[in-house]
Design a protein around this ligand. Sequence first.
Ligand code: FES
Length: 380
Amino acid sequence: MAASRWTRVGSVEELARRPLQQVEVEGVRLAVSCVDGELAVISGACNHVGGPLGDGRLDGDYVTCPWHGWKFHRQTGEGEPGFEEDCVPRYATRVDGGDLLVDLASATKRRRKPHARHPLDRPPGREPGDRVRVLGISTTNMDVAAPRYSTSDALLDTALAHAGGLGCETRLVKLRELSFRACEGYYSKAARACTWPCSITQMDPADQMDQVYEGIVFWADVILVATPIRWGVASSLYFKMAERLNCVQNQITLRNRVMLRNKVAAFVITGGQDNVQGVAGQALGFFSELGCQFPQFPYIAHSRGWSAEDMEENVRYVQASAELHDGARALCDRSVDLARRLIATAPEVHDHRAGRKASGFLSARASLPVLQPGPADDER
Ligand code: FES
């Protein structure tokens, strides 16, 4: 048995003022809790991906991780009921002269009980099959019970119908029919707090963004995104989706792990008001950061301009415009043609840290499994 290493944590009076706090003693992160004047110390590094447990909150006797809510008993270090075997180290303590001392050598063993693997936690890659798969994503919002005519949806429908005629498999995701939470900013807490699969998707089985992840990351060869122009930018649902796709882009940043390879993205943009090029520029920039490729002339668009407030005319124009619907079919042709070439040649992908965006330091850890946390203090 290792010799004791009693070390001062701080004054009991000070530590007892807060129910939970994160402290670092000799390079070891600790979560110090106090309930009814009784202090207890467990590791300050969560079993999931290393969240700072002491910065979380107490739920009864359980320390709740501030990153994604995993819980550990403040005295025993055991996971919440059902996950007792998933435990973080606990430490022996004693009080001496008004100070709390912790025996760093007394740390119990950290044990990780594998949590059920999320279905999205699998290697990305093209699923077998010869036919090109075209995924349409409608981002316009409307009353699902009383739908209206959407010009962007109409052109997307035309493109998808054409893709079917080309022998492609097609799938349509309408964001308005999905219930999904807005990105909650885990990356803003700490880079590693943003995980793949998305932290929200792992925590909330009712969140339906998994359908978009499945479609974009695993299923599609071609991603056709349709958006209206709203106040000069893409729809709010487009941005809600894009924010949730941060976890895909962050895999590049954090692990130099490019999830989307040899996938084609193209866009349908329509609006009564203008700024087509601004909307297209944002979409092209974002999907390029995800790793997508683009056909020549990667978007079609329609706008009648600043003074065209007669929206009924706008609808009639798109309904009647053979040119616009031909354009949607041609966009589909260009996208499917490029996808076929990419599938046939499977060109080598040069990641190059995604244009120097991926972290050089963390890139060295690229071979780590998706969810494996870094070593905690007690495991180094
Ligand atoms: S729940 Fe603690 S790091 Fe995810």
